[in-house]
Design a protein around this ligand. Structure first.
Ligand code: HPA
Length: 266
């Protein structure tokens, strides 16, 4: 891992030296979940190397503090491959999470559904992924650690605990396979038919590179999609980023309840 001592010192000087247990990456339209944390917010602009421009609907702040008794680091915005052409766009924030003591990551995203029984407003827990982009955030990584095993990349114990948390809250949490499509253009209906046939249940433009990086860094990983639309060609509704941002809050309230319960039961 590269040395980010100055960055980590800067964060600890603002947020305190106690280790964080878990990192949470917030997806499109979910940025306000950062406000649930009782802690210190640091703008990405104050953190050299953190993603700057970002995507509208994200909240480019790192918030460190307590959420339901657990010290968490919430990444209010993420960098995507499509912004820079760099598959490892989130490597620095994840290395910082690891250096702050993080042991696990929960990534969230907005996604399109390819399953009739997973509708806009629903949540889907990722149980696996298909890297349909052909890219990998570890290309160029020289160490043998780059050969990361990806079986059970979505940690079975974390998944079971998240399902328990959803059940305890009386909320439905579907499970399925997420396909990473690079974006930023949305998929064509033919592409959606293709990845559906290959076994994907939902599609989005993020998360997969972060989970690969998390496993590379030895962080346990889990991820939840808020479904904002049926994928291209599966409904008459027009797909747009505005639509994604407008629909994500439907799932966000449920997501917050599940995450709170999960942390409380840790
Ligand atoms: N495709 C890709 N990314 C998305 C979608 C989609 O349909 N919806 C929200 N993010």
């Amino acid at each position: 891992m590269s040395d980010h001592a100055a960055l980590v010192d800067l964060i600890k000087s603002r947020a305190g030296p106690e280790p964080v247990a878990l990192g949470l990456i917030l997806g499109s339209g979910l940025g306000h979940l950062a406000d649930a944390v009782d802690g210190v917010a640091i703008d990405y602009a104050d953190l050299p190397g953190f993603p700057h421009a970002g995507v509208s609907g994200h909240n480019p702040k790192l918030v460190i503090g307590q959420l339901e008794g657990t010290r968490v680091a919430v990444f209010g915005g993420r960098a995507h491959y499509y912004e820079s052409g760099r598959g490892d766009a989130m490597r620095l924030p994840l290395e910082v999470l690891k250096a702050l003591g993080g042991e696990a990551l929960i990534a969230t995203n907005a996604a399109g559904s390819m399953c009739a029984d997973i509708q806009p407003g629903d949540l889907m827990l990722l149980n696996d992924h298909i890297n349909f982009s052909g890219l990998n955030p570890l290309i160029g990584e020289p160490s043998d650690a780059r050969f990361v095993p990806m079986k059970d990349a979505y940690d079975p114990a974390m998944r079971a605990a998240l399902l328990d948390a959803a059940r305890a809250e009386g909320l439905a949490l579907a499970q399925g396979v997420y396909a990473w499509y690079s974006g930023p253009s949305f998929e064509t209906p033919a592409e959606i038919r293709a990845i559906r046939m290959l076994g994907a249940d939902a599609v989005g433009m993020s998360t997969v590179p972060e989970v690969i990086l998390a496993r590379f860094l030895g962080l346990k990983a889990a991820a939840i999609s808020t479904v904002t639309n049926m994928a291209a060609g599966l409904s008459d509704e027009a797909i747009s980023h505005e639509h994604t941002k407008a629909m994500a809050p439907l799932g966000a309230a449920k997501l917050e309840k599940i995450l709170r319960r999960y942390l409380r039961e840790l």
